[in-house]
Every structure is written in C-alpha cells, then in structure tokens.
Design a protein around this ligand. Structure first.
Ligand code: SF4
Length: 313
C-alpha cells in the first residue's frame, strides 16, 4: 500500500483540527440547533471562506439538520470584484444572496477626510445584515471571528476601554431579533491562513475602501504574535483564562457580592494566596541555556538551564 505524501497528511490533520475546534465551539455554546437556518456572512476574506467551508463539512455529517445561506454585502467600494463571490458560491452549490448597498458613499460623505471610517461602516453593515437575516428568515447569523480576534478584543478593552471584556462566541443581536454565533471562536488565525492557502480561496483584499487599518488592534496583534513566538502556550493559556473566570478573585462588585462575605463561610474558589508564595511556573520553554531574553518588560537576562543545574543541597 502506498504511503500518503507528508503534505497531504498535514493538510488532513489541519482540516480535522479545524472541524474539531468548530464542532467543540458549536457544542459548548449550543450554537446550532435542529432546523436552524444559518446566514453565513461572507466578506471575501480568509476567515469567512473557512467558516463557510467548515460549516458545510459539518452539515454533511451532523446528526441534526440545518440550512446554510451565504450572504455578502457589496458595499460599493471602488474596485470590488463583484463576480468573485457569486462565481465561487455557484461553483460549490451553496445558496447565497449578494446584497448591494452603497455604504461606502455614505461613509465618505459623513466622515471627514483622514478620520477613521470603520466604526460607522461596521454599524451600517450590521444594520443591513440584520435586515437581510430577517428577510431570509435566518435563525442564526454566523460571523468569521476567530480565537485571536477574541483575544485582541480583550486587550483592546483592557488597554483602552477599562473593561475586562472580549468578544462573545454567541450573543443576542443589538436589536434583540437574532442570535449571532462565532463558530471559529476556538480556531487559531494561523490555521485559517494555512487553510485558505490550501483551499485556494479567491480572497478579496480588505483594503479597497482605502481606510487605515485599526492601528491599536494592529499593535496588539503584533504583541500577541511576539509572545506566541517567545512563549509557546501563552496564547492558549490566555484563552483558557477566558473560560475560567473567578469572580471572587477580581474586583467587580456587580459580579461578586463582596459586601455579604462573612466569617465562617466556605472557601470561595480556592481561598486566598495573599500570604503564600506565587505558584506561577517560572519556565521559558523556547529559551535555551545562555539565551538572552526579556520577560514581560523586565531587563534582558541570561537564561540558565534550570533543568541541567543541580538543586541546592
Ligand atoms: S476597513 Fe473599510 S470596509 Fe472595513 S470596516 Fe473599515 S471602512 Fe469599512
């Protein structure tokens, strides 16, 4: 029997990993139910193509029945290649609707030259998409945000908004009429990049509007990528933190009733370590003996191979 080439095995592994991650998110948050009609928002970027692709795979094997309908909003940005998405969607046989709405001109008219246009643009887009979801009778609206978008949003909110708040995998829309789901919530952006290459999705560039990218988000993205290179596991650990919140060990009086605490009550979430030594593991998994590294803004240090050094007698 002939062996499969290495790249084919890796591609299969990637596809399986994506299916599992999306399947887990769907189960954990009860994102899809019997009879759902899911409107998948397709921008022409790698994330939304992958979202649609993986949902189709899951649809084929799921024990429940649900419908998918792809929707693209053509915002009339100059140079938008109108033929790309209809051709792609027809070729894979997915029902779709292309909605033409010139939000581009509205944004250009209302926002002064040089000011950021994204927040008005997204608000307009959201309004149109909610309206279309209603027209289509969609029960859920699926968006292509992934794990890294969620973490970036958490840092943006912490750094600039003074809130411990990320991006929900499932929520009720602003108008209260729809359930919005993010089935890629557990998926790494790097996997989506590789998947888009592998599947040769006909990507539409996202800078047609000529707007500056959100610089704050970009800076946070670079910070997280840097951490990921230096400290493998940190991103995963941070995402796990979003799933393991300990309200009694934060300081939000709305979230935890600190005022009613009394002596003699049972320990809350493991009690207090205030008088103990911190038990945070001091490991530098990527650094080797003699490497110079920086740890979270501390001065650069030479790493001593703690595994090789003898414990003190
Ligand atoms: S980058 Fe352009 S199209 Fe995207 S949200 Fe901003 S203004 Fe709108």
């Amino acid at each position: 029997m002939s062996k499969k080439p290495k790249h084919e095995l890796e591609n299969n592994k990637l596809n399986k990993r994506l299916r599992h991650a999306v399947g887990d998110a769907i189960n954990d948050f009860n994102m899809i139910e019997e009879g759902d009609k899911i409107m998948v928002c397709l921008s022409g970027g790698k994330d939304s193509y992958a979202l649609l692709d993986i949902l189709r795979q899951l649809q084929a094997s799921a024990p429940i029945n649900f419908e998918l309908v792809a929707v693209n909003l053509d915002q009339k940005q100059p140079g938008f290649p109108e033929h790309v998405l209809p051709e792609y969607l027809s070729s894979i046989g997915v029902p779709f609707r292309i909605v033409e709405e010139d939000t581009y001109s509205v944004v250009k008219r209302v926002i002064e030259e040089g000011k950021t246009t994204c927040s008005l643009c997204s608000r307009l887009r959201r309004g149109v998409l909610y309206r279309v979801a209603k027209e289509l009778g969609a029960t859920k609206i699926a968006l292509g945000h992934h794990r890294d978008d969620i973490l970036q949003t958490m840092f943006l909110n912490m750094f600039y908004g003074g809130k411990l708040k990320a991006m929900p995998p499932k929520l009720v829309s602003d108008n209260g009429e729809h359930i919005v789901i993010r089935p890629l919530a557990y998926v790494k952006e790097k996997d989506l990049e590789r998947y888009a290459e592998l599947k040769q999705f006909p990507i539409i560039p996202c800078n047609l509007c000529g707007s500056q990218p959100n610089l704050q988000r970009q800076v946070i993205k670079e910070m997280l990528n840097e951490w990921d290179k230096k400290f493998p596991g940190r991103i995963e650990s941070m995402f796990s933190a979003l799933q393991n919140v300990v309200p009694s060990h934060l300081a939000d009086i709305e979230l935890f009733d600190f005022k009613s605490l009394e002596r003699g009550q049972a320990l809350k979430h493991g009690g207090d370590l205030a008088f103990d030594r911190e038990s945070v593991p001091q490991r530098f998994p990527t650094a080797e003996d003699g490497d110079t590294i920086r740890v979270d803004g501390a001065p650069a240090k030479k790493v001593i191979n703690i595994l090789a050094s003898k414990p003190k007698e």
